[in-house]
Design a protein around this ligand. Structure first.
Ligand code: CUA
Length: 328
């Protein structure tokens, strides 16, 4: 697809693969269309009525022919399915040690928060050569975060988190669009992603920290809301110890095991009784629904994540098999 200017530039590691799949879909569609039109004209000419009293012979079909035109398209479709599924899972399974950035959509802007505390509106800065994981949240209605140059698009649904990751390859400035109609100024809910060389990126990051990092702000909220009095760190209090919880399986009192990801932590803050950890009581923790902003929640989550360093041993409850809560 190179050289065709109707396609945006490719600026991520998976952009080429997405284009290859798209090219395949296009090639199959064109081939099928040509085949159908060829036979329309071929049969129209070959079997045209040659005299007014000509009557065609009755035909009773052909089993081998019908099997062939059912099975061959099925196999082609299955290739599309398998290829698309592989790409989908690759884009939604981030590697370890990603750079985590938090994006919040609201009518009508994208608010971006970085772990070090920088905030931007309608701008996203990322380095080349490093996997970046985006956690997306919405404060109001459904939006869709679209990065054409990275060939990535994801709905941003209120009440849950969505994540995907990418690795940018080419420095430059690329469009961000909202790709889901979300009200009057939907068409103005646009922005720019700036891809920088790693050294430049470090310099940019060092430039503008205000009000502490997300982690520090999260820790402040943790104290402000009194979480710390019950979730006593490094001791077993009335509430679960939060060290090494993130990223590990958690056993619940109803026998299920869920993975402690961003969505689980968010739900446990807003509605603590939805998933109670095995061995703990219901109705101990206040319900924080409507008390904490989406930005505050993301800061709290960054703080709780920091209590689980990536290489720490799993918590004791991690013996049960990991099972996705299925909330992505
Ligand atoms: Cu947000 Cu359209």
């Amino acid at each position: 697809m190179d050289g065709l200017s109707i396609f945006p530039v490719r600026a991520s590691t998976t952009a080429g693969e997405v284009d290859a799949l798209y090219g395949f879909l296009l090639a199959v569609s064109i081939a099928m269309t040509l085949l159908i039109f060829f036979f329309v004209f071929f049969f129209a000419i070959k079997y045209r009525r040659r005299s007014p009293d000509e009557r065609p012979k009755a035909i009773h079909g052909s089993i081998p022919l019908e099997i062939a035109w059912s099975v061959i398209p099925l196999l082609i479709m299955l290739v599309m399915f398998a290829w698309g599924t592989k790409l989908y899972f690759e884009n939604h399974t981030p590697p370890r040690n990603t750079l985590d950035i938090y994006v919040m959509g609201k009518q009508w802007m994208w608010k971006v928060q970085y772990p070090d505390g920088q905030r931007e509106i309608n701008e996203l800065h990322v380095p080349t050569g490093r996997p970046v994981k985006l956690t997306l949240a919405s404060e109001d209605v459904i939006h869709s975060f679209f990065l054409p140059a990275f060939r990535l698009k994801h709905d941003v649904v209120p009440g849950s988190y969505q994540t995907f990751w990418f690795e940018a390859t080419k420095p430059g400035r690329y469009h961000i669009f909202c790709a889901e109609y979300c009200g009057t100024n939907h068409s103005r809910m646009i922005g720019w992603v700036t891809v920088m060389e790693p050294a430049q990126y470090e310099a940019w990051l060092a430039g503008g920290t205000r009000g502490g990092s997300m982690l520090e702000q999260g820790r402040a909220l943790f104290e402000q809301y009194g979480c710390v009095t019950c979730h006593v760190l490094d001791a077993q209090g009335r509430c679960p110890n939060l060290r090494n919880v993130y990223g590990n399986p958690v056993q619940l009192d109803d026998g299920r095991t869920v993975l402690a990801d961003e969505a689980y932590i968010r739900e446990s803050i807003l509605n603590p009784n939805a998933k109670v950890v095995k061995g703990y009581k219901h109705d101990i923790m206040p319900v924080f629904m409507g008390q904490i902003s989406e930005e505050g929640l993301l800061q709290l989550i960054v703080y709780i994540k920091s209590l689980s360093p990536p290489n720490a041993p799993a918590a004791p409850a991690a013996k049960a098999p990991a099972k996705q809560a299925g909330k992505q």
